[in-house]
Design a protein around this ligand. Sequence first.
Ligand code: FES
Ligand code: FES
Length: 162
Amino acid sequence: MSQAEARQTQRVVLQVNGQRHELDVEPRWLLADVLRHQLGLTATHVGCEQGVCGACTVLVDGKPERSCLMLAVQAEGCEVTTVEGLTPAAGLSPLQAAFQQHHALQCGFCTPGILVTMEALLRENPHPDEATVREALSGNVCRCTGYQFIVDAVLAAAKEGR
Ligand code: FES
Ligand code: FES
């Protein structure tokens, strides 16, 4: 394949955080990279780029997905929600506020992916027990908090009906 062919782009229509975007993307571009570099949604972090760490997690049609394992063209016709889309115009979402109150983050690199994953959990199961929270968290790597404060924050948010 020539370089010119390799650079061919195609038009995709992505629905991201409630907004419609028409974008020209190369078929090989990852959803994570398009979110970050084309749309400027840089809260979606890229860590391992191989589906292990969960930092790149976004909601695709309401389900948590690794945006480093999904091509942008595969998201056509889906509703994509990043952590920016879970954040109110002013202040923090209830889950974000619980993270703040319970000191559930340190460096914060993993936090957007964890917030997205936990938001999906609470939407599906508003009153999870600790084991369920830990199971749902198992795909998100955080190397600094030891998880206890994250679990505390999620359980507190659930308890308060957030
Ligand atoms: S960057 Fe996607 S799972 Fe790690
Ligand atoms: S907050 Fe630092 S790795 Fe998660």
